[in-house]
Design a binder for this molecule. Structure first.
Ligand code: ATP
Length: 506
């Protein structure tokens, strides 16, 4: 993870927000190549989710909506995370990310240990239990620890559990609900009447505009409304780089189905679609898995939620949640606004409030996943046979920030530079391209490897003196071959603009 964070900074993918002022926890900026990569992720999603589907439309709703939206949706009352304070260190923790265990030796409890969630929390706690036993010089058999999260701690246990900040018991408070919505005031007044919220999810925009889309969008059930946009959550512990931040971007889709449609089939189809899409932008299947939320932990209206998980360096974590939400949201808004959210079905002549399947994903989490999956350090031999380290980002051409780099072999040969600039200008009309004439050719290749550029074309003496072909160098294999301009454009067209599923269907 450290190597990936360092590369992200060094090559201009991601910077800390407000870095010259010491940074601002939970906020990030995307640099020149990062902004391109992020835009490509968004554009691929929009193309596949909205433009290439006949049953989906896209909208863009405002970030600050009427505060009543968030009362009706349940966010004002219930969009909380359980917060624990350490009274001594003044640090705050999310109770469900703080784990503890009772330490038992010869069937007798000898104390408690605690740790913040990590790749292997249980092993950390086990190690702490062993050192507690040693510190207390107690002989006997240490029972395997059973890790619980702090929301499960009883009132009697809370004073006995050490704070992860100080290692001492007695300073942790009982968990309490902390609302994660950012508040602001709209208009010149700053009293309670002007309170509004930055949206914590984009989904409510789709529900609130449901009727408008039905009336204007020529849509028929089943159909989806999709949106991409920023969301804001005052996360208690933003962490793991851009995985959990306070300002992030979501790509959400509300897929409306009839009240008597088979929701389980629709839900499964969306899980498969989302997994397939992740493969199409280059994530390997081996790093993806599914997690079904236990029925007992679901909200009362929820029929089922499955998360597509990704194996990040810091553990397997949620990437994309696919929830079957019944008709809860549309019903809530109908009740709160007094406006109908019913749909009239021409075929059955019935009126009802549609049900919904919601695949919701964060752009930043996908961004981090593609960086983690694509990052590799290799040992290779240079032209003189010396072993050197190569850092390479194996990004799919669909999302790579730069599709091709154009390199004249020498910068002081006008004919080479002229031809290279000419090709560069031509490619630029359609693709993100990079022109680089500085330094040895091997170093220039290396720079492109680090930002994930799939191909480099070198304009050399053969180009200008013989048949006009260029040297095409591939990032992954590092192999080189000669290619004509027409072949180069065909290669890019195929790799960059096609969706693999669409291609197969033809
Ligand atoms: P988590 O349990 O990780 O907090 P969540 O279940 O609350 O996530 P949802 O409300 O379902 O997340 O949001 C949908 C998607 O938005 C998530 O799957 C994730 O990709 C993204 N997301 C949510 N919170 C954040 C965040 N703080 N930073 C970055 N992305 C986020």
């Amino acid at each position: 993870m450290d190597a990936i964070v360092a590369l992200a900074k060094r090559r201009g993918f991601i910077f800390q927000s407000s870095e010259i002022y010491g940074g601002f926890n939970g906020f990030f900026d995307y640099g020149p190549v990062g902004a391109e990569l992020k835009k490509n992720i968004r554009d691929c999603w929009w193309a596949d989710m909205v433009r290439r589907r006949e049953d989906t439309v896209g909208i863009e709703t405002s970030i600050i909506m009427h505060p009543k939206v968030w009362e009706a949706s349940g966010h004002v009352a219930g969009f909380t995370d359980p917060l624990v304070d350490c009274k001594v260190s003044k640090q705050r923790f999310r109770a469900d990310q703080l784990f503890f265990a009772v330490v038992v030796v010869n069937d007798q409890p000898i104390g408690y240990v605690s740790a913040l969630e990590s790749v292997d929390t249980a092993a950390t706690l086990q190690g702490m239990a062993e050192s507690l036993k040693r510190r207390k010089a107690i002989q006997g058999v240490l029972a395997p620890i059973v890790a619980k999260d702090f929301t499960e701690a009883t009132a009697e246990e809370i004073p006995l559990i050490p704070s992860p900040a100080t290692g001492e018991p007695g300073s942790l408070t009982a968990p309490r609900g902390f609302n994660m919505m950012f508040q602001t005031n709209v208009g010149a007044m700053t009293d309670g009447s002007s309170v509004a919220y930055l949206r914590p999810e984009t989904a409510q925009g789709m529900f609130v505009d449901f009727k408008n889309v039905v009336d204007t969008g020529r849509v028929k059930l089943p159909f989806g409304i999709a949106q991409i946009g920023k969301s804001f959550r005052n996360e208690i512990t933003p962490r793991n780089f851009i995985f959990r931040s306070r300002e992030f971007e979501q790509m959400e889709m509300e897929y409306f189905i009839s009240e008597d449609a088979d929701w389980a089939t629709a839900h499964r189809e969306w899980i498969e679609w989302c997994k397939h899409w992740l493969l199409s932008i280059g994530l390997p299947a081996a790093l993806l898995s599914e997690y079904d939320h236990p029925k007992a932990k679901l909200a009362f209206y929820s029929k089922g939620t499955t998360d597509i998980m990704f194996q990040y360096p810091f553990g397997v974590q949620e990437l994309w949640g696919i929830a079957a939400r019944g008709n809860y949201d549309l019903t809530q808004h109908a009740t709160a606004s007094g406006k109908s959210t019913e749909y009239f079905d021409e075929a059955s002549k019935k009126k009802f409030v549609p049900h919904v399947i919601e695949p919701a994903v964060g752009v930043d989490r996908i961004f981090l996943a593609v960086l983690c999956a694509g990052y590799a350090e290799e040992e290779i031999k240079d032209e003189k046979g010396n072993v050197e380290k190569r850092t390479v980002l194996r990004l799919s051409p669909r999302i790579a920030p730069v599709k091709v780099a154009v390199l004249p072999l020498l910068k002081n040969k006008e004919a080479l530079v002229g031809r290279a600039r000419d090709l560069y200008k031509k490619l630029q009309r359609r693709y993100a391209v990079f022109y680089d004439e500085a330094g040895a050719i091997g170093r220039r290749y290396r720079r492109q490897d680090e930002i994930g550029t799939p191909w480099c074309v070198t304009i050399d003496f053969e180009t200008i003196e013989k048949d006009g072909t260029f040297t095409l160098r591939e990032r992954d294999s590092m192999q080189q071959r000669r290619i004509t301009e027409t072949e180069l454009f065909a290669l890019l067209e195929d790799a960059v603009t096609e969706h693999p599923r669409q291609k197969r269907r033809r």
